[in-house]
Design a protein around this ligand. Sequence first.
Ligand SMILES: [Zn+2]
Length: 307
Amino acid sequence: MHRSLGSTILAFAIGLATVAGAAPPSKKAPSPPSRSIGAPNKGRLENGVHVEASPYVRILGTYANSDVRYGTRELVDAIERAAREVHRRYPDARLGVGQLSKKGGGDIERHHSHESGRDADLAFYLIDGLGRPVELDSFHAIRESGAAVGDPSVRFDDGRNWMLIAALATDPHAHVTHIFVATHLRTRLLAYGAKIGAAPLVRQRVADLLMQPRHALPHDDHFHVRVACPANSPECIEMPVLVQARRARTTTKPPKASASSDPVDVAKTAPTPPPPRKVTRARATGRIRPEPIPLATSAADDAPPYP
Ligand SMILES: [Zn+2]
């Protein structure tokens, strides 16, 4: 269909007026930057960004009402970018999001950290025997075989989970510092990365980030992701437990030559098994499992902060 010259000019003029108009539709002031204050286990969050459901992000039913889904801009954007990346490759994939922080941060039930907007609990991508996504309303523990505890027809999806973790690990803006997960799932993911020929640098970065926390539940039912202090948050504290522990240690004995200030290194070079725990596990019951509960902190306790 041809338009007359007059109507074309008119449309062009209207377009120009819209572009350069005095009252563009969105005059909303940009939201103030989010700020993380204090430590993950004793802190707060200013101007936190809310995680929203989308075609590639779903909110786990168990946590839908509590609305503990605020984080720093860096954390929330990294989660969304990673979920979108997985969705692009697997169009039926939606990342299950559990809890981050409360709107203003601070103390939160069942978590030792999650106070300053830098922590997020993410569900594993699960599939059935035909490779179709299985979306549960709560986290579900996974055995070494990759099968879900209590339901072997549901499995940990190596492909989707690898892609999620690789995207988080290589995120260009957020600096992910820890991804807590059980050792058997760490091993599984790294084996998958090697099998598909992922770039050695990516595999190394993933290997550095994935760790089973010491003195805490092993995280065999979800990933716990933590990002570094954002650049705009001078009052953010990166690693309080480690700093305290090292300070206490240097007053009693000289530090080991191999000790590193990198919490990942500390975790790797400290193979001492954790003491027995008294936390009851609610495997495969659909109940909310408690977040790790810290044992008494001591000078020797140089593990990364409890998730
Ligand atoms: Zn957590």
